[in-house]
Design a protein around this ligand. Structure first.
Ligand SMILES: [Zn+2]
Length: 335
C-alpha cells in the first residue's frame, strides 16, 4: 500500500470560497465581528466532482492508494479576523474534510486544521482537536507555528502555551504537521520562502528546546522535505554540539520529514542524510507546483517517481517510507 501523508483539499467547490469571502468582508468592516458557523452549502455531488477529476484521478494515475487529507493550508488564514473568525471557518473546513472522507473512504483519511489566531492562547485549539479526533475520526493535526502569517511575532513552538496541544497529541497518539498558511508579509512568497522558512524555523525551535524531553512520545512532521534542514544537517549538528547535545539524540525519536521535494537530487539528498525511519511519503498534490518538469516530462509533484527511481535505499526501505513509517506515526490510521 502507498500512503501519501500530505494532501490538501485545494479544489473545493465555489461555495467554500464564497462563504469565506463573505466572512472576510464582514470582519474587514467590523474587526469584532463574530458571526456564526452556518455552513458552506455545498452538495455531495459538488464534492464528488471536485475530487474525482483531481486528487482521485492523480492517485490512480500515479499508483498511490490513500491520501491523508487536510483543509487547504494556504486558506487557513489564521491572521484574518479574530478568534471567532478562525473558529467558525476551521470547524466548517474540518466538517468538509470529513465529508470527503465519508464519500471516498478508501482513498482519503482526515487531518484537522486548528482554529489558531494571533495573540490567542493555543490552548483554545484543544476543543477542536477533541471534536475532530473523538467525534470525527481524524488522525492528526496541522499546527501553524506562525499564525500571524509571516510576521513571527508570537511564541516559539517551545513555549509553555503550546503544551496543552502537545499533551492532547500524546494522549491521542496523533502527530502534528508543522504547517504555516498564506503570508500576509509581502517579503515572503507563500508556498516558497514562507513555507520552507517555516519548516526550517519550526525544526530549529524544537531542536533547541526541551519539548521532546517533556513529551517523549510527541510526533512532529516537518513537511516539504524539512525545508532547509536536511541540506544543512551539518550546521544544525554543529549548533547542537556547541550547545552540548547530539542533534540525532534530541530529535530523531520525534521528528519526521516528508518527501515533498520536487526533484530527484533533492530526494536523494534527503534519503542520504535522514534515516529511513524518519521519512514519510508525501506529494502535497494538488498544491504549490502543478506543472510538468520539461526535463523529465513528469509532474514535479509526482514524488513517487523519485522514490521508485532512487538507488540510495533498498526495496524494504522504500516500502517503509510508503507505508510502514506512516502507519507508525499515524497510529490511528486503520484503513
Ligand atoms: Zn501542505
Amino acid at each position: 500500500m502507498i500512503i501519501d501523508c500530505h494532501g490538501h483539499y485545494t479544489t473545493t467547490p465555489p461555495g467554500v470560497g464564497a462563504w469565506r469571502d463573505a466572512q472576510k468582508a464582514a470582519v474587514a468592516q467590523d474587526p469584532s465581528f463574530i458571526g456564526e458557523k452556518g455552513g458552506f452549502g455545498v452538495s455531495d455531488d459538488e464534492i464528488r466532482e471536485s475530487i474525482t477529476g483531481n486528487q482521485l484521478r492523480l492517485q490512480q494515475e500515479r499508483g498511490t492508494d490513500l491520501t491523508i487529507f487536510s483543509p487547504r493550508a494556504s486558506w487557513m488564514g489564521h491572521h484574518i479576523g479574530n478568534e471567532h473568525t478562525s473558529r467558525f471557518w476551521t470547524e466548517n473546513q474540518n466538517d468538509l474534510i470529513r465529508r470527503v472522507c465519508d464519500l471516498f473512504p478508501e482513498n482519503f483519511v482526515p487531518v484537522a486544521q486548528l482554529p489558531q489566531s494571533p495573540g490567542v492562547d493555543p490552548a483554545k485549539s484543544v476543543p477542536e482537536i477533541v471534536r475532530t479526533v473523538e467525534e470525527m475520526g481524524f488522525i492528526g493535526i496541522n499546527l501553524n507555528p506562525d499564525p500571524s502569517g509571516g510576521h513571527w511575532n508570537g511564541s516559539r513552538l517551545s513555549a509553555r502555551e503550546f503544551y496543552p496541544i502537545y499533551e492532547k497529541m500524546c494522549e491521542y497518539d496523533i502527530p502534528a504537521m508543522i504547517h504555516v498558511s498564506a503570508a500576509c508579509n509581502h517579503n515572503f512568497d507563500t508556498t516558497g520562502s514562507h513555507y520552507l522558512g517555516a519548516d526550517t524555523t519550526g525544526f530549529q525551535q524544537l531542536m533547541m528546546s526541551d519539548v521532546f524531553k517533556d513529551f517523549p512520545s510527541l510526533k512532529i512532521i516537518i513537511p516539504h522535505g524539512g525545508g532547509a534542514v536536511p541540506y544543512h544537517w551539518g550546521r544544525f549538528r554543529g549548533m547542537a554540539l556547541d550547545q552540548g547535545f547530539e542533534l540525532e539524540e534530541r530529535v530523531l525519536n520525534n521528528i519526521f520529514f516528508d518527501t515533498c521535494v520536487y526533484h530527484q537530487k533533492g530526494i536523494d539528498l534527503l534519503l542520504d542524510v535522514i534515516p529511513t525511519k524518519n521519512i514519510l511519503f508525501a506529494s502535497e498534490m494538488i498544491g504549490a507546483v502543478r506543472g510538468i518538469d520539461p526535463q523529465t516530462g513528469h509532474y514535479f509533484d509526482d514524488t513517487k517517481r523519485y522514490i521508485d527511481a532512487t538507488t540510495k535505499i533498498d526495496a524494504a526501505a522504500k516500502q517503509a517510507i510508503f507505508e510502514g513509517n506512516i502507519r507508525r506515526v499515524f497510529s490511528r490510521l486503520t484503513v
